[in-house]
Write a protein that binds this ligand. Structure first.
Ligand SMILES: [Zn+2]
Length: 319
């Protein structure tokens, strides 16, 4: 099947073709005839995930876990549909995210707030609730066993407060959701990968995200799997780039915090410039127009996330 990337130790990435190729990966872990699915993509991608599993000889009944790193809809929108199709699966989610998968209406409303009603529906399809009795909350230190293969959960705030990362004991790898940036394969140059932070709304917390990256690195994983997109190596270099770029986003936001009605536009311009500057610095092999296509949505979301962060900081100082 096209768009399935098989790594090692039974780990694969399934491209669920969200908006374009190689934007959104759903990871699957297969161990002795049982499977875990890490992040679900949107409701529109569920068919591809099940098809990829079928090609590996895994029926929906053999899926033991649907694991959410966090409940943003590009990671969790398909959870309800996948759970409906996989009768033996338990869904795992950060304690702060559990009520949102049981009743997705607030998530949907937040998404409609960002994209508008029609666009949200087109992008995310039909988001179904998950029955409460099938949901397992995974706070810091929680673990599940996939046919004896231990997966442990690490609280990972910074991108969102409802974020966990998942350590796979068998491979040492970490499923990092959105905590280790956006690493589009279009940026690869001479076998090098690159990563750019996502600061999307509404819980971006720069110091927390920097600490989460440090914590992830302290486990010395041989590989990190990100939703956007797939397996990353050469992690020290990428972690350094991410820390530097988070600082650059913070400096940008602070520069424009008093710009009033102009602030949103200035932040968008600023994030666009950060992308172009990084492209030049790292010699990403894409012309400017292509870069803006690849990062278009992220530039908008990063700018919105910086605004949300400034607003939250202002509320905290006035309260
Ligand atoms: Zn996210």
């Amino acid at each position: 099947m096209r768009g399935v990337y098989d790594y090692d130790r039974g780990i694969s990435a399934v491209d669920v073709l969200f908006e374009r190729e190689r934007l959104n990966a759903v990871h699957i872990v297969v161990e002795r005839g049982r499977a875990a699915i890490v992040d679900t993509g949107t409701a529109n991608g569920v068919g591809r995930v099940l098809e990829a599993l079928a090609e590996k000889g895994i029926a929906p009944e053999q899926v033991d876990y649907v694991i959410l790193t966090h409940v943003h809809l590009d990671h969790a929108g398909g959870a309800g549909q996948l759970m409906a199709r996989c009768p033996n699966a338990t869904l795992t989610v950060h304690p702060r995210g559990a009520r949102h998968v049981i009743d997705p209406n607030r998530l949907l409303a937040a998404t409609v707030g960002v994209y508008g009603e029609q666009e949200a529906r087109r992008m995310y399809g039909e988001v179904l609730p998950v029955q409460a009795e099938r949901v397992l909350e995974t706070p810091e230190g929680a673990a599940v066993s996939l046919a004896g293969r231990e997966l442990t959960f690490v609280d990972a705030p910074g991108h969102a407060r409802h974020h966990v990362v998942v350590r796979d004991a068998a491979s040492g790898g970490i499923f990092a959701g959105d905590c280790f940036g956006l690493s589009y394969r279009e940026l690869d140059r001479d076998g090098l990968q690159f990563s750019f932070p996502t600061t999307s709304p509404s819980q971006f917390d720069p110091p927390a995200l920097k600490r989460t990256i440090e914590r992830i690195m302290a486990f010395e994983p041989p590989a990190i799997y990100v939703t956007h997109f797939g397996r990353l190596r050469d992690l020290r270099r990428l972690a350094g780039d991410l820390q530097r770029l988070i600082d650059a986003h913070v400096a940008l936001a602070e520069r424009h915090c008093g710009d009033g009605a102009e602030r949103g536009a200035r932040l968008r311009e600023g994030v666009d410039r950060l992308v172009l500057t990084e492209a030049e610095r790292q010699r990403w092999p894409l012309p400017v127009q292509e870069l803006r296509r690849v990062f278009g949505l992220d530039i908008e979301l990063n700018a919105q996330g910086l605004e949300a962060w400034l607003d939250a900081a202002a509320r905290n100082t006035t309260n």
